[in-house]
Design a protein around this ligand. Structure first.
Ligand code: ZN
Length: 79
């Protein structure tokens, strides 16, 4: 049973690392960086979005890379 859990955790970690990888340069974007989804369905980083050929379409959606799957809570500053 513990071995099954470790394999699930391993697959989840690998998937999290590779899910937002740039289709052009294969780089994994840094936390806080934007990843753009093109009309063709490919995901490209901010460095590559300006070099995408016109036949692959422009960006239709952008998503910021977060440090974890859960968003960090942001509250008002204390006076
Ligand atoms: Zn790239």
């Amino acid at each position: 049973m513990p071995q099954e859990i470790s394999s699930v955790l391993f697959r989840t970690s690998v998937r999290a690392l590779t899910s937002h990888r740039c289709s052009r340069c294969r780089r994994t974007p840094l936390v806080g960086e934007l990843v753009h989804e093109l009309e063709s369905g490919q995901h490209v980083c901010t460095l590559c979005v300006g070099r995408v050929p016109a036949n692959q379409g422009g960006p239709v959606r952008s998503e910021r890379i977060h440090a974890s799957e859960r968003r960090l809570l942001v509250g008002p500053r204390a006076a």
